[in-house]
Write a protein that binds this ligand. Structure first.
Ligand SMILES: NC(=O)c1ccc[n+]([C@@H]2O[C@H](COP(=O)([O-])OP(=O)(O)OC[C@H]3O[C@@H](n4cnc5c(N)ncnc54)[C@H](O)[C@@H]3O)[C@@H](O)[C@H]2O)c1
Length: 258
């Protein structure tokens, strides 16, 4: 019950890593705001938590829209109270392929808006309040792509995830003195719809070869479960990580070591 009495916001809570994180934080005692652009999926996550005895509410929000983020943050603090934990998990892949020549302005802007600006908007909405209370933890989901380069996506995805790590370090420096820790995790392959969707121009055989390659190349011979990523997020968000600030934690089974 590391989060008893705490209020947690999880974006991308309708699916994959975000859903697993919302369930984990809720099971460990947090009151959870399950945020997603797909409200029905966020409602399902919140309902599962409520059925297990936790406090949880769902909020519809496109994290790429700063006005929607500001409104959702206000609604959450009105409904649940001051936020202690922010998990920026919502993200999209870069399904157009891997060649910059195929990457038009709209797709570049969309990937950056969701994966990087989304984390920026949520941090801007919640960090000042955390600092005023001298209590808070942010964990953003970057990627192995942010530490090296994307295995599945293209340059927009890699750039967006590297940007999340820069944002994390800068905010860790600015807000550490005010009692707020800011960290990131860098998953490798995780068994979620995002990983399975893969690339736009990929046929079924290429897709299964790509997924099998993870098992072949990884020192841990399989992709991660969403729960394994949620466990790392929960660790960094908890007081167990009270002296950890500004890190990019690799959670990739040893696929990329540095
Ligand atoms: N799956 C992997 O292998 C992998 C690896 C490294 C990093 N990641 C990162 O993990 C995070 C979660 O991905 P996942 O694999 O669980 O994918 P997923 O597709 O299962 O879940 C992503 C969730 O984010 C939500 N979302 C997308 N755009 C949104 C927006 N604009 N506003 C609000 N919600 C939005 C989706 O509706 C969905 O519920 C992403 O940031 C992704 O880049 C995933």
């Amino acid at each position: 019950m590391r989060f008893a009495g705490r209020i947690a916001v999880v974006t991308g809570a309708a699916s994959g890593i975000g859903k697993a994180t919302a369930l984990r934080l809720g099971r460990e005692g947090a009151a959870v705001a399950a945020v997603d652009r797909h409200l029905a999926g966020a409602e399902e996550t919140a309902a599962a938590l409520r059925n297990a005895g936790s406090t949880a509410r769902a909020y519809a929000c496109d994290v790429a829209d700063s006005a929607q983020v500001a409104a959702a943050a206000q609604a959450i603090e009105r409904d649940l109270g001051p936020v202690d934990v922010l998990a920026n998990v919502a993200g999209i892949g870069d399904a157009v392929g891997t060649d910059i020549a195929e990457l038009d302005d709209a797709r570049w802007n969309q990937v950056l808006a969701v994966n990087l600006s989304g984390a920026f908007f949520w941090c801007r909405a919640l960090l000042p309040g955390m600092a005023a209370r001298a209590r808070g933890a942010v964990v953003s989901v970057s990627s192995l792509a942010g530490r090296s380069k994307s295995a599945n996506g293209g340059p927009a995805y890699t750039a967006s995830k590297a940007g999340v790590l820069g944002l994390t370090r800068h905010l860790a420096f600015d807000y550490g003195p005010r009692g707020v820790r800011v960290n990131a995790i860098c998953p490798g392959g995780v068994d979620t719809p995002l990983l399975r969707a893969g690339r736009a121009h990929e046929n079924a055989e290429e897709r299964s070869t790509r997924l099998a390659a993870y098992g072949y190349f990884m020192p841990i011979k399989r992709v991660s479960t969403p729960d394994e990523q949620a466990a790392a997020i929960a660790f960094l968000a908890s007081d167990d990580a009270s002296y950890i600030n500004g890190v990019s934690l690799d959670v990739n089974g040893g696929l990329y070591m540095a």
